[in-house]
Design a protein around this ligand. Structure first.
Ligand code: SF4
Length: 362
C-alpha cells in the first residue's frame, strides 16, 4: 500500500477499504489526509465556503439511570440535584436563542423513568405550536428515544409515528459514542446494543423523520474500534440513506469516572483533525461532515481544512460543560477565524421561516 495509490483511488471517486484507512492512520502525513479529505469534500460543497448554525442544546432533565462511566451530567432518580425543566423554562431558553439569532434547538437529557411518552409528545407539540417554523428542533437522541419507547412498551416504529404526530421532524444520532458492542459493554452497558441502535434509526427513517450520524472519540477506544464505527455508519447509509450529516466530537473527561481512570487526559486537537479527515474520506456517502466547536472551541474550525464543511455555534450544553467544555458567545470572533483560514462562512438555516436574518452576523 502507498499513499499515492490510495490518493489516486480517492481522486478517481473510489472508496477506501478499512485496511487502507488503518494504513492511512498509521502512515499518512497530515498533508496527505487533508488533501484527500478536500477532494471528497469538493464532491459535495464549494471549497471556499463553510456553513454554520447558531443553536442551543436544552437539557430538559439530568435524571438518568444509564450510568455511563464517561458522563458527568447525570443524577440518579431521587438523588439531590435532579431536575426536569418546565415547559415555560424551555420556552425561555428558546426565546433567548432566537434573540441571539439562532434557530435550532436540540433536546438532550437522560433516561428518566419518571417521564412518560406523553411528557415528550406534549412538550414537542407545545414547542411546535408556539414557534411553528420559526425554529427547528432535534427531539432527543436515538438513545433517549429507545429508552422512552421501551419504557412505554412500544416498538420503535410506533414511537416514531407518535413523535411525528407531535410535530417532530428530527431525532439525532446522538448517544452513539463508539458503535462497537465491546465498547458499550465496557462503558455503557445499560445504553443499548449497536444492533438496537441501528434498528431504532431505521424505524425513525421509515417513519419519515430525519436523522444524523454522530461519534465521540478520545475514550479508551482503539483505532480499530473507530474504524468499525465508521464502517457501520457507511454501511447503514448505503442500505438505508437518511443520514443528513456526520458530527464527531471529543470526550471531555473531567469529573467523569472514566476520565479519572484515564488520568483526565484529552486527546489532542491534532488527533481529532486527523480523525475528521479520515471520516470525510471514509464516509464518502455522507454529504455533510461537521466539526465540533463545542469541544474544540475555535480550533475546531481547522477541521474545515481537514474535510469538514459545517459547524454549530453552541449557546449551551450542560452535558459537555459539566465535563469541562467551555462555550464562548463571541460568535464574530469564531467566524473571523473561519475567514482567516480562507473560508466564507454562511448561516445554514434549518428552520423555514420567521427568525431574523442571522446571516447578518457573517
Ligand atoms: S451519557 Fe446520557 S445516557 Fe449516559 S449517563 Fe449520561 S445522560 Fe445518561
Amino acid at each position: 500500500m502507498t499513499v499515492d495509490g490510495i490518493r489516486l483511488k480517492v481522486q478517481g471517486g473510489g472508496r477506501i477499504t478499512r485496511e487502507e484507512a488503518q494504513w492511512l492512520w498509521k502512515h499518512a502525513t497530515d498533508d496527505d489526509l487533508r488533501g484527500m479529505a478536500q477532494m471528497v469534500r469538493a464532491r459535495f460543497h464549494d471549497p471556499a465556503v463553510c456553513t454554520y448554525m447558531l443553536m442551543r442544546i436544552i437539557n430538559y432533565t439530568n435524571v438518568c439511570v444509564a450510568q455511563c462511566d464517561y458522563c458527568a451530567f447525570y443524577t440518579l432518580p431521587n438523588q439531590e440535584g435532579g431536575y426536569v425543566l418546565s415547559t415555560d423554562a424551555v420556552f425561555a431558553k428558546i426565546d433567548e436563542l432566537i434573540a441571539l439569532g439562532g434557530d435550532l434547538v436540540a433536546f438532550n437529557g437522560g433516561f428518566n423513568p419518571a417521564l412518560a411518552l406523553e411528557y415528550y409528545c406534549e412538550l414537542f407539540h407545545a414547542v411546535r405550536e408556539r414557534y411553528g417554523d420559526r425554529i427547528e428542533f432535534y427531539a432527543l437522541t436515538i438513545a433517549e428515544f429507545m429508552y422512552l419507547a421501551d419504557h412505554a412498551k412500544l416498538d420503535y416504529a410506533t414511537t416514531a409515528r407518535r413523535f411525528k404526530a407531535a410535530g417532530v421532524r428530527w431525532i439525532t444520532g446522538g448517544g452513539s459514542e463508539i458503535l462497537t458492542e465491546d465498547f458499550r459493554r465496557r462503558h455503557s452497558k445499560f445504553k443499548y446494543t449497536v444492533a438496537q441502535y441501528f434498528e431504532a434509526q431505521r424505524a425513525i427513517i421509515e417513519a419519515g423523520l430525519r436523522t444524523t450520524a454522530t461519534m465521540v472519540i478520545g475514550f479508551d477506544e482503539s483505532v480499530d474500534e473507530r474504524l468499525e464505527h465508521l464502517e457501520r455508519t457507511r454501511q447503514f447509509q448505503d442500505e438505508n440513506g437518511g443520514l443528513a450529516s456526520f458530527l464527531c466530537w471529543t470526550f471531555k473527561p473531567y469529573f467523569t469516572a472514566l476520565g479519572g481512570a484515564l488520568g483526565g487526559i484529552e486527546i489532542s486537537t491534532g488527533e481529532y483533525l486527523r480523525h475528521l479527515a479520515l471520516s470525510r474520506i471514509y464516509l464518502d456517502n455522507v454529504p455533510r461532515i461537521r466539526t465540533s466547536v463545542l469541544t474544540q472551541n475555535e480550533r475546531a474550525l481547522e477541521g474545515l481544512l481537514y474535510g469538514a464543511d459545517d459547524f454549530d455555534l453552541p449557546v449551551e450544553d450542560e452535558v459537555t460543560q459539566k465535563a469541562g467544555a467551555t462555550i464562548s458567545l463571541q460568535f464574530d470572533k469564531i467566524l473571523s477565524y473561519a475567514r482567516e483560514l480562507g473560508y466564507t462562512p454562511m448561516y445554514r438555516r434549518v428552520a423555514t421561516a420567521g427568525v431574523e436574518e442571522a446571516a447578518q452576523m457573517v
